[in-house]
Design a protein around this ligand. Structure first.
Ligand SMILES: Nc1nc2c(ncn2[C@@H]2O[C@H](COP(=O)(O)OP(=O)(O)OP(=O)(O)O)[C@@H](O)[C@H]2O)c(=O)[nH]1
Ligand SMILES: [Mg+2]
Length: 433
């Protein structure tokens, strides 16, 4: 896929198109969606000079919008020297091609725009590979459909023209590249899994949320050495970053910053970022960061929950953190929200407001995952004793006769293993007896 634009080169002018279908999808909501699309376009390097919303229930298979609207827009595009037209909804390859011909300029849909931004933003080799994989997977069925379309034009099924040979070759190349990227990414995630295995006894917390909610800013505030990239642009973060966070009572947790979510996040991207998002899946709990100053924050919360569901994250381990309270000038609204979300925390990452309460909430949550146990065993059972020392924090040690008595504290994850060891040991003992 070509790179249509990048933030480094001259900015382009764009026209945005949305379709409303009252009452399910009222015009006002589509206007909000176009605000977000404009933010995406801006992040990608385009200035929005015009926007159009058409009320239409049934999408035209050839044009997506109505043909009359297409003709009307062609004049706007021509007169306004517009470089590209961006649709908020996904277009079929046929619709995109027809529209490109009619407007005589580039036409993008929302998925392509998001893929473009990810391509521009990706910094690490892993993120670059994940984005390339998503782009190729997006492209592959389009090559196929393009070929089907061409074959029909050339005289129907079974026509073996040079076009087919070329497209077959392209498809093979794309498939080969896809397999190679998948293999490389799998190797990388295996490597990563080995590196993180040793951290099993430390509780893990992940920051999740809508793009631009302030996750990286909060990470930098809580762990000043994190140096996470934060900016007033969408998808500032594409790489998962993990840092140690010192807490007052429960010592240390590992805090991870992750890629932000967005309405209609392309499915390919979710799939390709799955290995990075596994970090989220494995966390003991999640901090859901919400930009409370955004007018559509409640819909954003739903989008995040749905995306988490899509990647298989359980819902009971989430703390809602309403960020950017400093940007809320309506005290009444804040009071209402506190009542409505009694469990949530209200913070400001930039101003550092209420972050101690947030740390305490993390401590509490983490504390609930650790349990204290006692064991009395003969001193000669040094293997079992050694295992406990390795996988738990020994709080107290005493001796009685020839037995050692240990009081230890371990994470639920480790307790399962310790208990299994003890059971296995007791069974072998009774066997011997
Ligand atoms: N007013 C205000 N702005 C904030 C606050 N926290 C973050 N921001 C701003 O919000 C913008 C986005 O912040 P980031 O930390 O990059 O957001 P993110 O959630 O990491 O975004 P992605 O990486 O794109 O998913 C930046 O311009 C921050 O300065 C806050 O508490 N108050
Ligand atoms: Mg970020």
């Amino acid at each position: 896929m070509d790179t249509y634009f990048s933030s480094e080169i001259t900015r382009e002018t764009a026209l945005l198109v949305g379709v409303s279908a009252t009452p399910e999808l009222p015009r006002a909501l589509v206007e909000d969606y176009l605000d977000e699309l404009a933010f995406l376009a801006d992040t990608a390097g385009a200035d929005v000079v015009a926007r159009i919303v058409q009320e239409r229930k049934v999408k035209d298979p050839a044009w997506f919008i109505g043909k009359g609207k297409v003709d009307e827009m062609s004049h706007i595009v021509e007169g306004g020297q517009i470089d590209l037209v961006i649709f908020d909804d996904d277009l079929t390859p046929v619709q995109a091609r027809n529209l490109e011909k009619a407007f005589d300029c580039k036409v993008l849909d929302r998925t392509e725009l998001i893929l473009q931004i990810f391509a521009i933003r990706a910094k690490s080799s892993q993120a670059k590979m994940q984005v390339e994989l998503a782009q190729l997977e997006y492209l592959l069925p389009r090559l196929t459909r393009l070929w089907t379309h061409l074959s029909k034009q050339k005289g129907g099924i079974g026509t073996k023209g040079p076009g087919e040979t070329q497209i077959e070759t392209d498809r093979r190349l794309v498939r080969n590249r896809i397999s190679l990227l998948k293999k490389k990414l799998k190797d990388l995630s295996l490597q990563h899994a080995t590196q993180t295995k040793d951290r099993a006894d430390i509780a893990r917390v992940a920051l999740v949320g809508y793009t631009n909610a302030g996750k990286s800013t909060l990470m930098n505030r809580l762990c000043p050495s994190a140096g996470a990239y934060a900016e007033d642009r969408l998808f500032a973060t594409l790489d998962t970053k993990t840092r140690r966070l010192e807490l007052r009572i429960n010592k240390v947790v590992l805090l991870s910053d992750t890629v932000g979510f967005i309405r209609k996040l392309p499915h390919h991207l979710v799939e390709c970022f799955r290995s990075t998002l596994d970090e989220v899946l494995q966390a003991d709990f999640l901090l859901h960061i919400i930009d409370v100053s955004h007018p559509g924050f409640e819909e954003q919360m739903i989008v995040v929950r749905k995306t988490l569901e899509e990647i298989g994250v359980r819902h009971d381990n989430i703390i809602d953190v309403f960020n950017k309270v400093d940007a809320l000038d309506d005290a009444e609204k804040l009071r209402g929200l506190r009542e409505h979300y009694p469990e949530a925390l209200f913070v400001s990452a930039t101003r550092g407001l209420n972050l101690n309460a947030l740390k305490e909430a993390i401590s509490d949550y983490v504390g609930r995952q650790y349990h204290e146990r006692h064991i009395r065993t003969h001193v000669s059972n040094y293997k079992l004793i050694g295992y406990i020392y390795q996988h738990a924090e020994v709080l107290d040690k005493g001796y009685e006769d020839e037995d050692v008595i240990l009081t230890y504290r371990a994470h639920t994850r480790n307790l399962k293993h310790i208990d299994a060891r003890i059971r296995a040991f007791e069974n072998s003992e009774s066997h011997v007896a």
